[in-house]
Design a protein around this ligand. Structure first.
Ligand SMILES: [Zn+2]
Length: 264
């Protein structure tokens, strides 16, 4: 999880990855904490703004494309995941996710939770705009799904329990591997002619966008923004430099075997 403060109104959207039908559906009712309450209701469907619809389409396309890749790579071991879009807060099998949670993967229900507000934040606060920056964040979370399916996540949690002193350092390795897995997808999306074949194809400048995003959400940068200090022992995701390095490793190799952050 990437801890960030995110404001905004409550929109919970479920995105179906199989039917291709995008719909916003309020899961939790209640009042809106902000005046921007056009999308808030207590039940039923909600109309998304045009920019949100565009975002939903992007999430849908990337999630399909990335998952197609992983089912090729993992074969029968791969299970499709779903992406749950939300704003502000949501209840998952991993507990309550408040406004400060940001995007996350929940191993308990095998779903990716994407906070749309985080995308705004990526642009405004971290200076990492662009759809590929967003795609990188999504592919990183799907990377966690892959780690759960391959057993890496479970092994790591066990190791963390038996050795709590190095829990953060181990978490960094898991996160950097997810960055590398996002790069593996980026490698595929960088192949020319993919758009014509119905896949996701990167535009010029997209790789830079993704690398900028990886740098923007390094623990050192976030800590500096949050507290003005950098505390490497508290890193859970890796420094900006580490995140860029591993994302790039995936991008350049296109091979998950290049993502063994545990042997470094
Ligand atoms: Zn992560």
């Amino acid at each position: 999880m990437i801890p960030l403060g995110i404001g905004g109104f409550i929109v919970v959207a479920l995105l179906s990855m199989f039917t291709g039908v995008n719909f916003f559906d309020i899961l939790g009712g209640g009042s809106s904490p902000s005046p921007d309450s056009t999308a808030v209701g207590t039940s039923g469907r909600v109309n998304a703004s045009p920019s949100e619809e565009k975002m939903v389409d992007m999430v849908d396309a990337v999630a399909r494309d990335d998952q197609e890749l992983w089912s090729q790579l993992l074969g029968g071991r791969y299970e499709q995941t779903k992406v749950v879009l939300f704003r502000d807060s949501i209840q998952s099998a991993c507990g309550y996710a408040g406004a400060a949670t940001g995007p996350f993967y929940c191993p308990g229900d095998h779903k990716v939770y994407l906070d749309l507000g985080f995308f705004d934040e990526l642009d405004r606060r971290f200076g990492a705009p662009g759809d590929f920056a967003q795609a990188y964040v999504l592919a990183h979370e799907i990377g966690h799904h892959v780690q759960t399916l391959t057993g890496t996540e479970g092994q790591l949690r066990n190791a963390q329990r038996s050795n709590p002193g190095s829990a953060n350092a181990m978490s960094v390795r898991l996160e950097l591997q997810a960055d590398c897995y996002a790069g593996v997808w980026g490698h595929r999306a960088a192949q020319q002619g993919r758009a014509a074949a119905g896949g996701v194809e990167l535009d010029p400048g997209d790789v830079e966008e993704g690398l900028r995003a990886a740098a923007a959400i390094g623990d050192d940068r976030l800590q500096k923004l949050g507290t003005g200090r950098v505390m490497p022992e508290k890193f859970t995701h890796g420094s900006s430099e580490q995140r860029v390095t591993w994302f790039r490793r995936g991008l350049e190799s296109g091979d998950p075997k290049a993502c063994n952050t545990f042997d470094q």
